[in-house]
Design a protein around this ligand. Sequence first.
Ligand SMILES: Nc1ncnc2c1ncn2[C@@H]1O[C@H](COP(=O)(O)OP(=O)(O)OP(=O)(O)O)[C@@H](O)[C@H]1O
Length: 242
Amino acid sequence: MLTVKNLYKKYNKSKAIASNNISMDINKGEIVGLLGPNGAGKTTLLKIICGLTIPDSSEVIISNIKMEDKTRLKIMEKIGVVLEGNKNLYWAISVLDNYYYFGSIKGKTMGEIKKNIEKYEDILKTKELLIRKVNTLSMGQKQRVAITASLLHELEPLILDEPSNGLDIESRILLTNAIKTLREEMKITVLIASHDTDFLRKTVDRFIIINNGNIVDEFENTNITAEDIENKYKIHTNLKEV
Ligand SMILES: Nc1ncnc2c1ncn2[C@@H]1O[C@H](COP(=O)(O)OP(=O)(O)OP(=O)(O)O)[C@@H](O)[C@H]1O
């Protein structure tokens, strides 16, 4: 459902090659973790897939549509994306107003938005948060609300950049469970970029390891431990597996 072929990107003012001939395939309903250290090229790859960054060369195909100038907006409409940082929601207004705002810019009617909020709020545990202003929410609550907001249109796939950053253990578990439930109940395809090996090990079906703009390995998430992965690929996080 998502194919990237021979993707190459070098930023003008950077010596490093952000994406060096990257190719990958993600199947419908798969949860894939893109794991790599800081500066490995994860965010660049996600932004190219989302149509937000223009590559020097590549072929990106999403749901059988090839990314080109004339199809870029169509693809962007299909993708649900939560990038790293605080720019995914408006903090001074309520959660509900954020849902109506982001849903309406994706072309949804009030009725459709309401239906979709109801569809996802049990899974994302956001039911109690609707009338709260975003700036009163915890990091974990903000992250789950941002994901709900990105799901208000019919999307394929869901793209998350560093979703576990700053979350406590309880919020991490809630997020892992929500992502797995979205896949099980709605067959949503999810691509998660992170340098948090422990979070990915608990969440994804398959790892793609990226470093210095190159895919260095790919493997199913079977009985390998986070520690084994970190040692093998020299990626280090603070959290120990529990
Ligand atoms: N806008 C930009 N201009 C110049 N260089 C950039 C730009 N964005 C990223 N880079 C460079 O491209 C390379 C890949 O960066 P990228 O942000 O994609 O990595 P990352 O794996 O997401 O890192 P992190 O985990 O720190 O977010 C790095 O060398 C980075 O310095």
